[in-house]
Design a protein around this ligand. Sequence first.
Ligand SMILES: [Zn+2]
Length: 693
Amino acid sequence: MKRWKAVLSLLLIFGFISSPGFAANKHNKIVVSMNGRKHTVTEVPVLMDGQAIDIGIPNFIHQDYTFVPIRFVEKYGAEVSWDQKTKTATVVQKDKEIKMTINSSDVYVNGQKQVVDKVLAPKLVTFSNKDTRTMIPFRLVAEILGHEVGWDNSNKVPFINTKTNKVPDNNSNTMEITNVLVDKGSTNIPKIIINGTDNFKYSTALLENPHRLVIDIEDAKLNLKNIPFENGVGILNVNSGPISKINITQFSKSPDVVRIVVHLSEKVDFDILSGKDNKSLNISFVNRVGKIEKENIDGKEALVIYNTNKPKTNTMKLKNPDRIVIDLLDSSLEAGSYVEYNHNIGFIEKVRVSQFEPDNNYKSNDRIVRVVLDVKNGISDPNIKIDTYDNRIVIIPETSIWETINYSLKGKDRTISINANKKTEYDIDYNSHGKVMTISLPLDSLDLKEGYASINDGLVKDIQITKEGNKAKVVINLMRSAEYSILSNRVDNKISVSLSRDSNIKPSDRIIVIDPGHGGKDPGAVQNGVNEKDVNLAVSHKINEGLKNKGYTTIMTREDDVFIELKERANIANRNMADLFISIHSNSNPNANVSGIQVLYHSKDKTNVKKEETYNLANIIMEEIVKGTGAENKGLLAREKTVVIRDTNMPSVLIELGFLTNPNESQLLNDEVYQELLAESIIRGIERYFEIY
Ligand SMILES: [Zn+2]
């Protein structure tokens, strides 16, 4: 009976009883893609407490099971978070926590593993509009959370009843509301926190004329000490952001219902989340981030983010790999925890959007939607222009030359194409001495936008478009000599050139940076009377001499016993656009018996270097050292955070020459003849690598 009153009171607020907005003929077949395979599935409405729930993403039946967008569970009060690294979604409602990982049939309920049928594993599903969403099994999740679910056979639709909670309630336990307060996050938009003595059972309604949010909390009594009451109404004057004031009343007794009315100055969306202890409610007024579309704005290709409000944004550029991040503050992602768009504009390869778990830059209860623009391989330091029109955020990739030029890097080949506005003749001039390629074409054959784009892919430095008399010129500045072939016809409307590094490179064209580890105040490992920094420097000098004798261009990050920061070591190689970076170290281990060689390489692709290439480099060098010295192979180690191999833009390895903690190897490492053997082996490795790359 109690429950009915609360439901009824809400129905009275709405002033009407809506009818289910579905029809049996809505059961369309749609084609979706899961794990790279196409499936035909049946679109189906899902009824929640008699209402069809539409969040703009289709629910569907796949192999007899209904899948809903993960956001769906928020409609019945559960909280969703997403870990992009592990592709794991966490759904929390009251005392239940469910962890599910994409494509995994292991489901964790309050930490306990349950293995479900493979077909029930959560999926990343791409719809025909190219939007990718996380879809979860509707029945499994709702049942774990304790809701009544079923199948309405007359309408052929699944339903969930949240009002008839299967978990028995302890009705005698009326909770107390102990505080209502207003807090601010990183922006000045206030949030409301309601504290109670037990779990909240509540319903909400957002009303107009005047704008207000009504929150009814069931089985609750007021026990507020810090809030002034007038005629039975607690009043908090806020006058900040969208909130003008908050009224709190004991709306009814037996059943006990507390009503909190938030008076708003404008129509604004809200998020209501349970606190971590389930004994509080956090209400934030948020912008909802809807679709991101590729559109043409004033003749320029642009990304448009559709919002329900005008959020503040933070934009930052991140490296390794290059990407531009736009954080939308006080925002919530309509589509759920994660969406991907394959929008390809200018330097932008892909757009990823997520409900971002606040990091150190933010307060822990901030609501942030993070939009990540992934940058095409080979393009460095791109820029965007952000404009706001009403509730739309418009992002235009700034380098306008990308409207005329295409650039791609595949393997070792770069392809540069110019889109002419008609079939045209053109001239290609390659100056191998100045390392410049110039493509000239008649001015009227190009919609000329003069501009410049930095590339820095190890071969192409930058591309410039200029006007010279009645010619348009595309100037490609190179870092080193190139081989090229013309892919387009003599007369063509798309002029394409493929470029790769000259395969007859002279040794002097190869720049190798040798990095003796540690130095100065930092001795590295000190064992058996030997300083690591000294061994590293001695072997590095020998590598340097050997390479110079063979005609290579070399740079040492230190030539003496001096201290150099790790970042600076990587910078030296980057500034000099080195071809290779070799860091020399010696090892230590608590077990004095351990001996042998380790080679560390970066565990991920870098901007211009594929992981395979650095792995091959590490492997070749290991082979040569083992062959040359007879030392034991102690393994190739993939490392993610080792600065010198992570932050260098070229293939790089860190070689551990041996263990100073092993008395025998320590003696060898201090021996000039052995050092010479190590250096020669490493040089042979470098030369073998250059034969391939
Ligand atoms: Zn070291």
